[in-house]
Design a protein around this ligand. Structure first.
Ligand code: P6P
Length: 344
């Protein structure tokens, strides 16, 4: 057990800053603003059920404002807190069609953040865990200038930080700045995130597969053969996989990160408008790919490393196959048709 367990996330940031030669505190201030935004979202998500009841009575509006959809509220919270930090020159949200300009009253900072403010929010009425996902890049254009497309559309390998927050049975923030993956759990009694999962590493192979099997008829042959194999073939060799799929990627990803296994959202023919699958490269696949690689895992489209993809559009969608390296490697064999099931 690391002696660091229990330190606050603020102290963790400051320790990292002291280890970074030439650090100015700018990145730390950005991370602090993000943590504050997530604490506010956690508070609002925690009242979701009540807001609906109280909202109807008209007795209480959330934060004294017109009751908003929670994902709109989360989006606004993150935009306001990051802009006010003075550390960002551009933002891109899953909730907004275009790049978000930073209001003139704030300095143009040196970072760009892509974020999904409240992923899985359609599950909130069922009290299923949902989350915020974020991905941080350093600007390429000169300081104090207008941000450019090149600033916003960088490959995932250029991320300088990424992470997610799960609003569930407890609120946990998992992130990396390139020196491994750490998890912090919110202690609501003191309003602090405390280090609870130091240096997370994912198992080389797991026994969990996560995929929406309702899309089976829309998958390519390699994906169908792989899923059939781990459901039928493996058990012949004494390895029995179990299916776990919540439909909220932060929850599915976090479980597989800790226990091992594979999460798949392959390209499917279900929606002609989304031939590359449902998940977004910049605010879902890239940050989770950064995390899984830092934890010893793999993230691929099935044929290409996620972090190598040169993005062309902020809402670009990609197939995502992510998790334990041996599980992803086996899937790729089926995709290349080196393996077939049932045996030809
Ligand atoms: P489906 C939630 O809407 C989300 O973006 C991810 O969190 C989740 O993994 C996926 O969609 C679920 O999609 O098509 O299986 O309902």
């Amino acid at each position: 057990m690391s002696e660091q367990v229990g330190i606050t996330i603020s102290n963790h940031f400051l320790q990292n800053q002291q280890l970074s030669p030439g650090a100015t505190g700018s990145f730390t201030r950005l991370l602090q603003a993000l943590v504050l935004a997530c604490k506010i979202i956690q508070r609002d998500v925690g009242k979701a059920g009540l807001v609906d009841v109280l909202g109807r009575s008209g007795a209480i509006n959330i934060q004294g404002e017109e009751v908003q959809k929670l994902d709109e509220l989360a989006n606004t919270t993150i935009k306001r807190r990051l802009s006010a930090s003075g550390e960002v020159c551009a933002l891109a949200s899953e909730e907004e069609a275009d790049v978000i300009e930073i209001p003139r009253q704030y300095p143009q900072g040196n970072y760009i953040v892509h974020f999904d403010p409240l992923d899985g929010s359609s599950n909130i009425d069922a009290n299923v865990s949902i989350g915020t996902i974020f991905s941080i890049y350093r600007r390429l254009s000169p300081p104090d200038s207008e941000s450019t497309n090149q600033d916003v559309l960088q490959p995932g390998i250029k991320q300088v930080g990424a992470g997610y927050i799960i609003y569930g049975s407890s609120c946990i923030l998992v992130f990396s700045t390139g020196q491994g993956v750490n998890g912090f759990t919110l202690d609501p009694s003191i309003g602090e995130f405390l280090l609870s999962h130091p240096n997370i590493k994912t198992p080389r192979r797991g026994k969990i597969y996560s995929i929406n099997e309702g899309n089976y008829t829309y998958w390519d042959e390699g994906t169908r053969n792989y899923i059939n194999y781990i459901k039928e073939g493996y058990s012949e060799h004494g390895v029995h996989y179990t299916s776990r799929y919540i439909g909220s990627i932060v929850a599915d990803f976090h479980r597989n990160l800790l226990y091992g296994g594979i999460f798949l959202y392959p390209a499917d023919l279900k929606d002609p408008l989304k031939p590359q699958g449902k998940l977004r490269l910049m605010c879902e696949a890239n940050p989770l790919a950064y995390i899984i690689e830092q934890a010893g895992g793999v993230a691929s489209t099935g044929t290409e490393r996620i972090l190598d993809i040169e993005p062309t559009y902020i809402h670009q969608r990609v197939p995502l196959i992510i998790g334990s390296p041996d599980d992803v490697a086996l899937y790729q064999e089926f995709l290349r048709r080196e393996r077939t099931w049932p045996q030809a």
